[in-house]
Design a protein around this ligand. Structure first.
Ligand SMILES: *Cc1c(COP(=O)(O)O)cnc(C)c1O
Length: 435
């Protein structure tokens, strides 16, 4: 007999608690122990390579899961927040994060946003020369400001997903280090600004090879060494190495691991771990993806042109990237029967469609899966980051509820609401009306 996984038990609990209904045929689950395990793995990976006493602040890239209870949970596991908009900052504040555990990165910070960051004393990474010039005028009025850094782009090239590659020659992020004169400009910018004490790079997300990520960190480290040598003092004291560890969407295996990346960094950039620099990390997807599951009811099944199709309630509104770029963002789909047991039907090739009114709203195409029937459930696996927390408002479909779950021994899974579903009244109100 195959023992039910924690995920299976949570899917079952959704049904036992009557949480999948006609009104809410879609819900999302987050494995709280899975989140804790990922957080522990991140800490252990860097503890194994850093020098004794070397300051390390791990932050979570909030855009990967914009849910206040998740930020609070991660903070409890020693992981702060990396925010990139006034909204994300508000979420981190609502989660109770201390200012010294928040880092602000964004390519489009307004004057008001910068003033707020400086007043709060959170760390802030400037993106470009114009932003530095703004900081020049704002800083004298904000003596309590936090650490300030500059984002650089080592221009190492992209990965397999263009939209996720931030270190291309023409990327919109950071100061492009290989452009003529840019590197000298950066060194001078630091010498002119003693308050500029950090360098930041984030080479990309998903689809970037690990050695390229490590290369980006090495270039950033070497630039810090050059700045400090030219300044004749330790001006750059912290390196923010971004996030971007890719996630395996093909099986339950966690690969690459934080440990493998930390070891590669230690081989590629040994000086990063001799204790002279403080470190900041900003992982998003690798901390949350594996812990999340979207669960949707199958409403109808049909055949079209000989192809079986299951029409479900999970489509582009919760799996936006997968629907619009299926080759880059394939998801595993698991089938459960109407009682919440893993389906034992023999597999047939079928499409798994969402509820949105456009033909491409498919989360799996011609996929061998147990033959689905009405009232069965489909689960989209590894969707803890950038899926249900980042819904797309198509067809006025509501944001689904999100439940955290924990499984103790052999008892049923315990569900904790993390976000309730958007109501029709809220939806109408947000659309400029009232019910
Ligand atoms: C998106 C982003 C991250 C997180 O990327 P992941 O691939 O989710 O780890 C970290 N830093 C910055 C600046 C980002 O834009």
């Amino acid at each position: 007999m195959v023992l039910p996984t924690r995920r299976d038990q949570a899917v079952r609990a959704l049904l036992t608690h009557g949480l999948l209904t006609d009104d809410q045929p879609l819900a999302a689950l987050l494995d709280l122990r899975g989140v804790q395990e990922a957080a522990s793995a991140l800490h252990a990976a860097f503890d194994a390579v850093t020098a004794p006493g070397q300051p390390v602040l791990h932050t979570f890239a909030v855009k990967a899961a914009t849910l206040v209870p998740v930020l609070r949970l991660l903070d409890g596991f020693g992981i702060g927040s990396e925010v990139a908009s006034p909204g994300e900052l508000a979420l981190a504040e609502a989660a109770g994060l201390a200012p010294e555990r928040i880092v602000l990165d964004s390519p489009a910070k307004t004057g008001a946003e910068l003033r707020r960051a400086l007043t709060l004393g959170i760390a802030c990474n400037a993106d470009n020369p114009q932003e530095l010039a703004r900081l020049d005028t704002l800083l004298p009025d904000h003596p309590g400001h936090g650490p300030i850094g500059l984002r650089v782009n080592p221009q190492l090239g992209g990965g397999t997903i263009d939209a996720m590659s931030t270190a291309t020659a023409t990327s919109k992020f950071g100061v492009a280090l290989r452009d003529p004169g840019a590197r000298d400009w950066v060194v001078r910018a630091f010498l002119d600004r003693p308050w500029l004490t950090r360098l930041h790079c984030h080479v990309g997300s998903q689809g970037i090879a690990l050695d390229r990520m490590a290369e980006g960190v090495r270039e950033t480290y070497e630039l810090a060494e050059e700045i400090n040598a030219t300044a004749g003092r330790r001006q750059v004291v912290t390196l923010d190495i971004g996030g971007g560890l890719p996630v395996n969407f093909a099986s339950d295996e966690v690969t690459p691991s934080f440990a493998a990346y930390a070891r590669l960094l230690a081989e590629t950039v040994p000086g990063l771990f001799d204790g002279r620099y403080g470190l900041v990390t900003e992982f998003g997807r690798a901390l949350l993806a594996k812990a999340g599951t979207v669960v949707a009811r199958v409403e109808y099944t049909k055949e079209s042109g000989g192809r079986p199709i299951a029409v479900t309630h999970a489509g582009a509104q919760v799996a936006t990237r997968t629907v619009f770029a299926p080759a880059s963002w394939p998801l595993r789909v698991a089938a459960y029967d109407r009682t919440g047991e893993p389906s034992t039907e023999p597999p047939v090739n079928q499409d798994v469609a969402g509820p949105c009114c456009f033909a491409g709203d498919l989360v799996a195409i011609d996929r061998p899966l147990p033959r689905l029937r009405p009232d069965d459930l489909v689960a989209l696996l590894d969707t803890g980051a950038y899926y249900f927390s980042t819904p797309f408002g198509y067809n006025a479909l509501p944001r689904p509820a999100v439940y955290g779950y924990s499984v103790d021994g052999r008892g049923p899974a315990v569900l904790t609401p993390l976000r309730r579903a958007q109501t029709l009244a809220e939806l109408v109100e947000e659309a400029g009306g009232s019910l």
